[in-house]
Design a protein. Structure first.
Length: 587
């Protein structure tokens, strides 16, 4: 193969590799064993979120080596670096969860700083856990460089052994970490022994990889393909499969093609691409957290694509992919049924896809879909003309309790159960709510309100999986509803409304609710309201003592709380693409 030539005079790495003045810089590269040829090729950042915190990230270092091989095959020079992650499965249900959403910004910031500081020309970013996926994609769009995203892959499903004490309903289905959180609720309610819990925790998560249901990690992995930053079908294969390395190599070669063609992240991530991504979230019953992350990715490109816009797409998109937590199957099953490309092919049949969007392969969505021969299997992926439900698995809500909007996942909830009216039971924090749930100190028909858990007020906008899973585990998931200015895990089941805005810390109506106020959640018509007059709400607002004081008075979480914006805009922390005065690649 003839060596491919690149014009370094137009690439950022010229600042560290070209000309006599850069001799000191080149001496550093020679110190690391690089050859003259490697120094003068394009430098490609290979960014991973590898760590030993959780199975989601543990395979990323191996996959990064495959990416580096692909970059070399394309006549580029890979430079690997790592950034942080906070893994929600470990952070869940305690103070550690306050670090989760701020970690998304830290990932984007640290990747940006590493790329800028070393003048890398392009990026292949590998991520495995919930916030690391949008964080990595945000950095790509912020820098607006040739970019390819690689998901680390999902975990294999667990299987329960047929031993005394393990309930029958655990035996004949795939297990995920969601089942463990719900098993805690069952153990607390006396329907599962501690010995059985001990057995289940050892088998629920049998391998490397991110949570196997259509929780936040797999939702955002599907987004990475749908939005065009990842190669088609690259997100589906489970993490332990060493054949994933072929996708890593292909992604490394692809980024070199993008450099040659000068196709940058914002050529890929357009308003149409964001709309395609929202369609895929809706039709797969994806995580409500996509309503937070898609606006944040859009913000990096200077595109206004807010929670309302995401929910508008959710409203008229059929839900036709049967995945946990609302459905039956896991990511491995979706991959074996043809993955995101087959899902997008079904959307195209209904005219619900923008086909002219560019992808990381250098070809458009339409051109890539023309190569897909497989069809919906009717089991994991239903034909779009025969969907599970006619509207998306996630719904937006607005009303006098949420003037800036809120979001609820309805996948797996029958339509007649999508309207709930009941008296509020107000808790000032998740801990208070979890203690009440654990003690079964709540009643059927109540709307549990958990406030002061928004991005600024939490601080950190924690997920409520421990509480919602305990409610489900107690068999009360369909008998109560829950609303919060915090978030829910993608694994949450039940009628649970999150992202209520404005949040309590900003004086939103959720701060003014009192126990006993009658709340209506109507997911059919998209309404979240409280039976109070405008005058009564205004009177309570005038008497409101102000935001609750938190224990975070310094450090990273304090800093995040000071600068984080509104939930409906993605809870972002800087002015975004609209305010830019330069492009990184043009410096």
């Amino acid at each position: 193969m003839l060596k491919r030539q690149f014009d370094k005079s137009k690439l950022p790495s010229r600042h560290v590799t070209e000309g006599p003045a850069r001799a000191p810089h080149r001496s550093y590269y020679y110190a690391m064993g690089m050859t003259e040829e490697e120094i003068h090729q394009p430098l490609v950042g290979v960014a991973t979120c590898w760590n030993e915190a959780a199975p989601c990230n543990i395979a990323l270092n191996r996959q990064a080596q495959a990416v580096k091989m692909g970059v070399k095959q394309g006549f580029g020079t890979p430079r690997e670096f790592t950034t942080i992650t906070v893994t929600d499965g470990i952070a869940m249900g305690h103070e550690g969860m306050r670090s989760s959403l701020p970690s998304r910004e830290a990932i984007a910031d640290t990747v940006e700083l590493t790329m800028r500081g070393h003048c890398y020309d392009a990026i292949v970013g590998l991520a495995g856990c919930d916030k690391s996926l949008p964080g990595m994609m945000m950095a790509m769009v912020r820098l607006n460089i040739p970019s390819v995203f690689v998901y680390g892959g999902s975990i294999l499903p667990g299987k329960a052994p047929n031993v005394p004490g393990v309930p029958e309903d655990f035996l004949n289905r795939d297990l995920t970490v969601q089942d463990m959180f719900e098993a805690v609720g069952r153990q607390q309610s006396g329907t599962l022994s501690e010995a059985a819990l001990d057995v289940l925790e050892r088998v629920a998560c049998p391998s490397a990889g991110a949570c196997g249901g259509q929780f936040t990690a797999n939702t955002m992995a599907c987004v990475s393909e749908a939005i065009g930053l990842a190669l088609f079908n690259s997100s589906g294969m489970p993490a332990p499969y060493e054949s994933r390395d072929q996708y890593g190599e292909a992604s490394g070669r692809a980024v070199m093609d993008l450099i040659e063609k000068n196709i940058r992240a914002r050529d890929v991530v357009t308003l149409k691409a964001l709309e395609n991504a929202a369609r895929v979230v809706a039709c797969t019953g994806g995580s409500t957290n996509a309503g937070l992350h898609l606006p944040a990715i859009a913000h990096e490109a200077g595109i206004e694509f807010y929670l309302d816009d995401v929910c508008e797409i959710f409203r008229d998109t059929p839900y036709f992919v049967d995945l946990k937590p609302g459905g039956t199957y896991v990511a491995k099953d979706l991959y074996e049924a043809g993955g995101v490309p087959v899902v997008m092919k079904e959307l195209r049949k209904a005219g619900l896809l923008h086909e002219d969007c560019m992808t990381a392969s250098g070809y458009s969505i339409g051109e890539e879909l023309d190569k897909v021969s497989r069809e919906a299997d009717g089991k994991v992926i239903y034909p779009i003309e025969n969907p599970i439900t006619k509207t998306g698995g996630v719904v937006g809500l607005k009303g006098n309790l949420a003037p800036q909007g809120a979001i609820v996942k309805v996948a797996g909830i029958e339509q007649e159960q999508q309207v709930f009216t009941g008296p509020a039971r107000v808790f000032e924090s998740e801990e208070d709510a979890f203690a009440a749930v654990k003690a079964r100190d709540y009643k059927e028909g109540e709307v549990i309100v958990i406030r002061n858990e928004g991005p600024a007020g939490g601080p950190g906008m924690r997920e409520m999986l421990a509480t919602t899973a305990a409610i489900s585990g107690q068999g009360m998931g369909k008998k109560v509803a829950l609303i919060t200015d915090g978030r829910f895990s993608g694994a949450t089941r039940g009628f649970c409304v999150g992202h209520v805005g404005p949040e309590a810390a900003h004086g939103g109506p959720i701060a003014l609710i009192q126990s006993g106020d009658v709340i209506t959640i109507d997911a059919v018509n998209g309404v979240l309201s409280v039976d109070l007059s405008d005058e009564e709400l205004a009177s309570r607002k005038a008497a409101w003592p102000g935001p609750r004081e938190t224990i975070y008075a310094s450090g990273a979480i304090w800093k995040y709380a000071q600068i984080v914006g509104e939930t409906y805009k993605g809870a972002v922390t800087h002015p975004g693409g609209k305010a830019e005065k330069h492009g990184y690649m043009d410096l």
